[in-house]
Design a protein. Structure first.
Lengths: 363, 420
């Protein structure tokens, strides 16, 4: 199934000072109806990319196509793109109703239709009762809902969201994530979402583009991004990750044997290694590791001695912090009830399957 | 029984809480009051006191009463329909004798002359020619012989109306009104009716200067609020520069620039644009230019502070919602600067209302504002009553304007929705 791209970034570069590129050669297709998240640390170029799409920044090089039309030199108000800002940007001198009606009134939509569409939009966010309030009288979550309604009420072909939940507390943020996701599904809109919060990206997105240093590191579905990161940056940025440094000894098909810097060797999937003799970073997720009780028999390819540093109780699960092969912050997710048996200073053995250990580029 | 107990318990827990709260708050309130007390005392002596004094002087009228006490007392029972009786004439003759000796007659003469032109001559000539207190019963005839004005009703109503102790005479005069012989309020004679014109001119010039300041100041304030910090700081120094120069120096600089042999006229002549020097100063044009220059910072600063608070995200949001730049400006930006526009305009307008030096130096005779006349009556002619009355009318107009502004601002109070 090939859906035509609604937005196409083609060879986009952006520099603010004429010396450094904030976005280095971006090629990105956004399909109609998908929820795509631009994820990355601050300064990675994700917000600049969004601003170029909205029309507030002009690309230094390259072209952006929206529904096959080049829009590089089109002013923002002609692009028909709805945007939700980090601090909501609701107009403080207008009521909630007037805020939501604003995009319709500048489009000269008839009074009766405006009224009906504003009413429907306010019903959608369950805020009909507060229509006559001003933004200053609403809570952060309510303001964000109004900002959403305002960006959606004129049925734009694309909705951009710039860290819209950054100012909300955790519980409200999670609730809003679900609401936004639900709106996306019921209305079939195309959403480009910018965030630095990887769990938010995993929760909401159809696809995630991981940005770092002005370059898209990987574009993939959330599960693929988590299970099959292409490099160490993605592995470390998306989800919890354990890193062990080592050197590739041999490569056989998809797997390689890696000698650890602290002694011993493990089998790992060769994902991003250049060849035998190259240094590598091994990546293992905390939930893919088993702690073998002291003295238990058995053999496997990947067994490493470990020393318990600490256990962290987190309610629904617990983590053990171990020292493994020189990494003193090696996290292992424990089964319920298992953390009682571990004491600081205990010597244990950990084990993981070769397919759960990825040999990536050295950090 | 139980009810009584319950209400008793409620009362005993509620009242002490309130009292405790008051006690806890009291120390803080006392401290706060102590901090502002020096300023309050200072203001009481330098602001509230003088203004109260001025308002009192506008209605105070005791000069005639002090100089001619018997006459004022005798006229109190006069019906004003005919000439007063013999007793009033005798009282006046006696008062004149005493007042001439004590020297208070000149003060009374000055006051009566305000109300009736020529009264000074009547009183001083009478005092000069009245050798002795007339025989009982002949006072009317004697005074009438010395000056025929004493046979006229107006002369006597003037004394009665100036008898004090308070009068509306000055306030009426400040509004070009006066009382006729029968005590009814009528328009003042055309040669004395100048103040309405002056007030109108004062308001007109102030309004024009406010409009000019707004038109010139708005783009500057916008620039200040949107430029990067380094350049906006430099620009701010240029805006504030006039504050570091004396008002007199700045006004005189305009005389140098605008006079008929001044820089502007010479340049225009040299460029061949004009043959005759333009009249740029000692007229309304010069007053407006110089006052706008002096008052411009008072418009720019409130505008700047209101614009600085408007996040650029609003304009971006408006653009993303489909508003072209002009629509976004008119519907989103401009309404949010209204408090700044209001504050700046009110500040400039009120300051302009009281302007004295600049119009006095660069204005012509027809451009003098109300302050010029207040200063004239205070320092030149020592007619403090009229000066105070003009000041009181100006104060009242200003307070009314401030109240109207307050109502307008209150009507559209907005609370910001942005958190940054």
């Amino acid at each position: 199934m090939v859906t035509p791209a609604l937005v196409r970034f083609s060879g986009i570069q952006k520099s603010y000072d004429g010396e450094h590129l904030v976005v280095k050669n971006l090629d990105l297709d956004i399909r109609k109806g998908e929820f795509i998240t631009l994820l990355g640390p601050s300064g990675s170029g994700k917000t600049t990319t969004l601003m170029m799409l909205a029309g507030f920044e002009v690309p230094t090089q390259g072209e952006i196509y929206l529904a096959e039309r080049p829009i590089k030199n089109m002013p923002p108000h002609k692009r028909d793109i709805g945007m939700v800002f980090q601090n909501y940007a609701l107009f403080p001198h207008l009521t909630i109703e007037e805020n939501v009606a604003f995009p319709l009134s500048v489009r000269k939509v008839s009074k009766a239709e405006t009224q009906a569409r504003v009413k429907a939009a306010l019903r959608m966010i369950k805020m009909e009762a507060l229509a006559q309030r001003r933004p200053g009288q609403l809570s952060g979550g309510q303001q964000q809902r109004v900002a959403l309604a305002r960006a959606l009420v004129f049925n734009p072909q694309l909705v951009l969201m710039d860290e819209p939940l950054g100012a909300l507390d955790k519980r409200l943020r999670e609730q809003m994530q679900l609401e936004i996701k639900q709106l996306h599904e019921t209305m079939g809109i195309t959403v480009v979402y910018v965030t630095h919060d990887q769990s938010e990206a995993l929760t909401m997105s159809d696809r995630i583009a991981v940005f770092n240093d002005g370059i898209v590191q990987q574009i993939d579905r959330p599960d693929a991004l988590y299970e099959h990161p292409v490099n160490s940056f993605v592995a470390n940025f998306v989800g919890e990750n354990n890193v062990i440094a080592g050197t590739v000894e041999t490569i056989e098909k998809d797997y390689c044997r890696v000698a650890l810097a602290a002694g011993g060797s493990v089998m790992a999937r060769a994902v991003n290694v250049s060849g035998a003799g190259a240094s590598t970073s091994l990546s293992v997720r905390p939930e893919r590791i088993a702690i073998i009780p002291d003295g238990a028999s058995g053999d496997g390819p990947n067994r490493l001695p470990a020393k318990v540093q600490n256990t962290i109780y987190l309610g629904d699960h617990a983590l053990a912090v171990l020292e493994v092969a020189g990494n003193a912050e090696f996290m292992v997710k424990l089964q319920p009830g298992a953390h009682d048996n571990l004491r600081h200073g205990d010597n244990v053995v950990i084990s993981f399957r070769p397919e759960d250990c990825l040999a990536l580029d050295p950090v | 029984m139980t009810d009584a107990l319950l209400t008793g318990a409620n009362a005993s827990t509620e009242v002490p809480l309130k009292r405790r709260l008051r006690r806890a708050e009291r120390t803080r309130q006392v401290k706060a009051l102590a901090l502002v007390l020096p300023l309050l005392v200072f203001l009481l002596f330098t602001f509230a006191g003088p203004i109260a004094g001025m308002l009192w002087r506008a209605v105070d009228d005791r000069e005639v009463r002090q100089a001619l006490p018997q006459t004022v007392a005798a006229l109190a029972s006069w019906d004003g329909k005919d000439l007063p009786n013999e007793a009033a004439y005798a009282a006046l003759a006696s008062d004149i004798q005493v007042a001439r000796a004590s020297g208070t007659i000149a003060i009374a003469a000055k006051r009566l002359n305000y109300a009736l032109n020529g009264f000074r001559t009547i009183l001083t000539s009478t005092a000069r020619n009245l050798k002795a207190v007339p025989e009982p019963g002949t006072a009317k005839e004697t005074l009438g012989k010395i000056n025929p004005a004493w046979r006229e009703r107006t002369t006597w109503t003037t004394i009665r109306d100036a008898g004090g102790p308070v009068t509306g005479f000055y306030l009426l005069a400040a509004l070009d009104l006066t009382r006729n012989v029968d005590g009814a309020i009528i328009a003042a004679p055309p040669d004395q009716a100048i103040y309405r014109d002056v007030f109108g001119r004062t308001f007109l010039i102030s309004l024009g200067v406010t409009a000019l300041c707004l038109i010139l100041g708005f783009p500057v304030a916008y620039l200040l609020a949107t430029l990067p910090p380094g350049r906006s700081n430099l620009l701010m120094i240029f805006v504030l520069l006039p504050f570091w120069t004396s008002l007199l120096v700045r006004t005189c600089a305009w005389i140098v620039l605008l006079q008929s042999k001044g820089v502007v006229n010479d340049s225009l002549h040299w460029l061949g644009i004009i043959d005759e020097p333009l009249r740029l100063i000692y007229n309304r044009f010069g007053v407006c230019v110089a006052m706008t220059h002096v008052l411009l910072p008072f418009m720019i600063l409130p505008l700047y502070s209101s614009m600085k608070a408007i996040s650029p995200a609003y304009m971006r949001a408006a653009a993303s919602l489909g508003a072209p730049p002009l629509t976004a400006f008119l519907r989103i930006y401009l309404p949010q600067t209204l408090p700044g526009i209001g504050a700046g305009s009110l500040l400039v307008f009120i300051l302009a209302l009281g302007y004295y030096i600049t119009p006095a130096l660069v204005g012509g005779a027809a451009d003098q504002m109300i302050s010029y006349f207040i200063a004239l009556y205070t320092t030149e002619t020592a007619n403090w009553g009229l000066a105070s009355a003009l000041g009181a009318v100006l104060l009242l107009a200003t307070i009314l304007l401030a109240l109207v502004y307050g109502k307008l601002v209150q009507g559209q109070q907005v609370t910001g929705g942005m958190k940054n």
